[in-house]
Write a protein that binds this ligand. Structure first.
Ligand code: CP
Ligand code: NVA
Length: 314
């Protein structure tokens, strides 16, 4: 049966473990100049209804490095934008392509596409989730620290799609996550409930609050994201006001462990959610984090398109 990656609960802890190991191997092979054309002859459709720099280019280049063929589609130029149904589109694409990546607004649309398609569908960001990003982030933390054991991640800022995926990822893997958001910008209550439920079994410690200093205290990783996500431009002024005091700056980073990593999914807004000094400072690993998107995407594609690769990179 085909698999999809629509949210991190589509994966087990063991499967995420495989994705992290495969990412490391794919990155190493690429650095050594060893080709890995495991998806030769396969085609990947990529539908974007929202802007993207990293996700689009890393999936496109990743597919080429795997020997496959990426087809990038501007959602606004598809007949779906003129009323062709998601179901009909899914059926058509299933006849041409081997998998679909989609970035759009509604999670429901991605779920419907996945239900109607006979090929794997990958969520490349919705208003609700950004699973591929958090897989890369977790890989980057493991790569930098050598292990995920006992890691405390402090997420400072908006309770958004990235926060939701962090909640699920931490819960599945048993990490410690402290989230600090302004009042009124907390993560979705349903996602929090799901994460807390999973955490009871995995041993993850998940804390939610409104105090950035308390969340950052003793953290191994300080993580932030934009205060104004795609589709929220009209709320920009109100959000900038509400998020006053939530900037990841030098004073906040000083609350974390001395060797703490600073991460950001990017794009960043220096002087808003992160100070220029922190973003470009010695604790920041944002460029490595962005580079790792390339190798994580390849692991995701192999996982979904070539189950045999699981033995190859076991
Ligand atoms: N982090 C991330 O998803 O970046 P893009 O919006 O550039 O794809
Ligand atoms: N929360 C941000 C993430 C961008 C990668 C957004 O949805 O715009």
């Amino acid at each position: 049966m085909k698999r999809d990656l629509l949210r991190l609960t589509d994966l087990t802890r063991e499967e995420i473990g495989w994705l992290l190991r495969a990412t490391a191997r794919l990155k190493e092979e690429r650095k050594k100049g060893i080709a890995h054309p495991h998806l030769a002859g396969k085609s990947l459709g990529m539908i974007f209804y929202k802007s993207s720099t990293r996700t689009r280019v890393s999936f496109e280049v990743g597919m080429v490095q795997l020997g496959g063929h990426p087809v990038v589609l501007d959602g606004r130029q598809l007949q779906m934008n003129r009323g062709e149904t998601v179901g009909d589109t899914a059926k058509i694409f299933s006849r041409y392509l081997d998998a679909l990546v989609i970035r759009t607004y509604a999670q429901d649309e991605v779920e419907e596409l996945a239900r109607e398609a006979s090929i794997p569908v990958i969520n490349a960001l919705t208003d609700m989730y950004h699973p591929c990003q958090i897989l890369t982030d977790i890989f980057t933390i493991a790569e930098k620290r050598g292990s995920l054991d006992g890691v405390k991640v402090a997420y400072i800022g908006d309770g958004n799609n990235v926060t939701h995926s962090w909640l699920l990822g931490s819960a599945i893997l048993g990490l410690n996550l402290a989230v600090a958001t302004p009042t009124g910008y907390e993560p979705d209550a349903g996602v929090v409930d799901t994460a807390l439920g999973i955490a009871r079994g995995s041993g993850a410690k998940i804390e939610l609050g409104n105090d950035p200093a308390a969340a950052a205290s003793g953290a191994d990783v300080i993580y932030t994201d934009t205060w104004i996500s795609m589709g929220q431009d009209e709320e920009a002024a109100a959000r900038r006001k509400a998020f006053h005091g939530y900037c990841v700056d030098e004073a906040l980073v000083a609350r974390a462990k001395k060797d703490a990593l600073v991460m950001h999914c990017l794009p960043a807004h220096r002087g808003e959610e992160i100070s220029a000094g922190v973003m470009d400072g010695p604790r920041s690993v944002v460029w490595d984090e962005a580079e790792n998107r390339l190798h994580t995407q390849k692991a995701i594609l192999l996982f979904l398109l070539r189950p045999g690769a699981r033995e190859l990179y076991s």
